[in-house]
Ligand binder design. Structure first.
Ligand SMILES: [Zn+2]
Length: 297
């Protein structure tokens, strides 16, 4: 699932290509992807893009006259930049936004169609799609701590709760928790001030390092189909079950849940304890992202 660094990459790649450009037309190949009715998508035709921004895990194309096209990629949704008028990229193609300079295509691999487009009019309507989490690269330590301590949750759940923090999902929460040397099961209510500070620093450094690295990597080309992924070379633990932790060499462990898994290093993060899958369901009860939908909201 694209998270903050991937979405910032898309935003940075889209801006020079579409801001100031008029959308010629939008082609919808898979009608289910469009989840709004009013205003009709044709309202965007002929209008210029004023700005592109990220809102939580969504990308927003702001058109003239306060029209906002909200793109939610969910898990398998991706964006491609093709030649003007390019054909539908096979069955994975959901929609295309045609500009004079190129065609922005929304694709989604797999059979579960979760990616969504909404067109809304006015800032107030746009805000209804914003889960309201803090921007982790813009907030200070006090606001971060306040959000973290708003309830007593596992760190995994708190970091991935879009009402608390914006843009963090399954992959980067694993990386942040490893960098902070904290267990995904630690409870926010029991963190010491030193641990909270470590988590704040790890959140900022992990997200900004990966964002900067992706922006550098794609400074002169739009990311291709395999370039936005939850499994990156250079990740410490996420997607690396059984492989050695880069810091201590211990085999990375996993906790499976919903359609996902959380990865952690038992030496660096849980004082050597391996957290058993089965006992977790009892321990965690409701304090874990229960479904893919919840994790991606
Ligand atoms: Zn380790």
């Amino acid at each position: 699932m694209p998270e903050l660094p991937d979405l910032e990459l898309y935003v940075a790649c889209l801006r020079p290509r579409v801001v100031g450009q008029a959308l010629q037309r939008m082609r919808v190949f898979s009608p289910f992807v469009v989840r709004s009715v009013e205003p009709p998508l044709s309202e965007t035709h002929g209008r210029a893009v004023v700005e592109v921004r990220r809102m939580g895990k969504r990308i927003v194309l702001h058109f003239a006259d306060e029209l906002y096209l909200i793109i939610h990629l969910m898990i398998a949704g991706r964006l491609l930049w093709k030649k003007p008028g390019a054909m539908r990229p096979g069955k994975i193609g959901l929609a295309a936004l045609d500009f004079a300079a190129g065609s922005l295509q929304l694709t989604e691999a797999g059979t579960k169609k979760r990616a969504a487009l909404h067109l809304v009019c006015g800032e107030a309507s746009l805000r209804r799609h914003d889960p309201g989490g803090l921007e982790p690269l813009e907030c200070g330590p006090a606001a971060f701590t306040a959000a973290l301590r708003r309830g007593n949750h596992t760190l995994k759940r708190a970091l991935t709760d879009p009402r608390l923090f914006s843009g963090i999902g399954n992959a980067y929460s694993d990386e942040i928790l490893h960098a902070a040397r904290l267990s995904p099961l630690a409870l926010t209510g029991r963190l010491t001030d030193a641990e909270t500070e470590r988590l704040f620093e790890a959140t900022r450094s992990t997200l900004s390092r990966w964002t900067d690295s992706l922006l550098r990597q794609f400074a002169d080309r739009f990311p291709g189909p395999g370039d936005v992924t939850a499994f990156r070379d250079g990740f410490a633990v996420h997607g690396r079950f059984g492989q050695p932790c880069p810091d201590c060499g211990c085999a990375v462990q996993r906790i499976r849940y919903a359609e996902n898994e959380t990865n952690y290093c038992p030496v660096c993060q849980t004082q050597g304890r391996v957290l058993a899958d089965r006992s977790l369901s009892r321990l965690l009860k409701n304090d874990w992202p229960r479904s893919v939908e919840e994790l991606n909201f």
